[in-house]
Design a protein around this ligand. Structure first.
Ligand SMILES: *Cc1c(COP(=O)(O)O)cnc(C)c1O
Length: 374
């Protein structure tokens, strides 16, 4: 830790003592937001500098000093850099892109509450994140800069949930709910726990990766009181899973909080089987189960991040069977209005009246006998 701390460049460290560096509020207050701040930490490319002049009009730029310290300043193709520093391609809106690519607004029953599936809801409780990802699926309402503002109405959301007894699962997201103070989050979770039919809670967060300092023993102790509570972290590249992040994840798991990981498939960042296998193995080392691999949503300015669907299917077919089943996420496309659709490589080649013709992960064919018709 102290060795790592000593190696942080002065422009990123900004005079912090080791204690200050470990303070999440220090990290947030010293986040990098402008071209001139970033230029001191790493040499911006001309393209990045041009993008930074306008990118914040759509989605604010914000990067924690901690996350910036993980980026190799000499590499303009660094996979962490590409996720958080805007490029001019982001300023181009392509015809297939929409502000709300998952069609969430049509399922927003009260401000901040999206009810699309039969038994579970998405509760957007803040529009702020520690660091903004340039491909953000909710850039329309996150960071305060987009086309819409999120004004979650928690009272109305709780009233809706009390009335809707079919809801047994509430997913807190945003923005990043762990940016709320402990007491605020505790009170939201307490209110949800008072509703008898709500069995299961989850929080979607990127704090263990962007701001691991936020994961404190007191936060973990508070979250533990609301069990069963799962966390869904958002993690895209093995380089995000540093020793510091592993420590934060370990503390959460040790407090009885199971963790799944959601990854967005991103061009030139993690669009190869090799990177995805390394990521999955590193997640399992951190006791995190890969959950979903998302096809990148067509948000405005996302073309340079998106891959083909064949890329995603090819990655899964290079993982399934070749490694632990626990390491293989479900690949999904989130459709406008229709929710998540799982996509899988084809293993069932055809069926005859007597047998199913199957292909295993190596491509060899096998026959499985079918029951005779009754
Ligand atoms: C992703 C999502 C959920 C949770 O889906 P799971 O497949 O259960 O993880 C719930 N509501 C909405 C609107 C979602 O987009």
């Amino acid at each position: 830790m102290s060795h790592e701390f000593e190696s942080i460049t002065p422009a990123i460290r900004q005079g912090a003592t080791p204690e200050q560096w470990e303070d999440p509020l220090w990290q947030l207050r010293h986040s990098f937001r402008t071209a001139s701040q970033l230029d001191q930490a790493l040499k911006l490319t001309d393209d990045e500098r041009a993008a930074l002049a306008h990118a914040g009009d759509r989605l604010a730029v914000r990067i924690t000093p901690y996350f910036l310290s993980l980026i190799n300043p000499a590499d303009p193709r660094d996979p962490l850099r590409l996720q958080v520093i805007p490029r001019t391609a982001e300023l181009l809106r392509s015809p297939e892109e929409t502000d709300d690519p998952c069609g969430e607004e049509q399922d927003m029953k009260v401000p901040g509450l999206v009810h699309r599936y039969p038994d579970r809801v998405l509760l957007l409780c803040t529009d702020r994140c520690a660091t903004y990802c340039r491909y953000c699926t909710r850039s329309r309402l996150v960071s305060g800069a987009g086309s819409e503002k999120l004004h979650p109405d928690l009272t109305a959301a709780l009233a809706y949930l009390r009335q809707h007894e079919e809801v047994r699962d509430v997913l807190l997201s945003g923005g990043d709910p762990l940016l709320l103070p402990d007491a605020r989050l505790d009170s939201i979770l307490t209110e949800l726990r008072r509703i008898p039919h709500i069995e299961f809670l989850r929080i979607g967060t990127r704090c263990p990766i962007m701001l691991p300092q936020r994961i404190t023993p007191s936060l973990c102790a508070m979250l533990r009181r609301h069990a069963p509570l799962f966390l869904s972290i958002h993690c895209n590249h093995p380089a995000e899973l540093t020793g510091r992040t592993q420590e934060a994840l370990g503390m959460l798991v040790d407090h009885g909080l199971p963790i799944g990981s959601q990854t967005v498939l991103l061009k030139d960042i993690n669009d190869t089987p090799d990177v995805q296998l390394k990521l999955a193995h590193r997640l399992l080392q951190c006791r995190v189960r890969p959950y979903y691999l998302y096809q990148c949503d067509p948000v405005p300015g996302s073309r340079h991040f998106r891959t083909s669907i064949e890329t995603g299917l090819g990655i899964i077919s290079h993982m399934r069977g070749f490694t632990s089943g626990y390491a293989v996420p479900q690949y999904v496309v989130d459709t406008p209005g229709g929710g998540k659709v799982p996509l899988n490589p084809t293993y069932l080649l055809r069926q005859t009246p007597t047998a199913a013709e199957l292909q295993n992960y190596t491509g060899h064919r096998y026959s499985y006998p079918l029951l005779p018709p009754t």
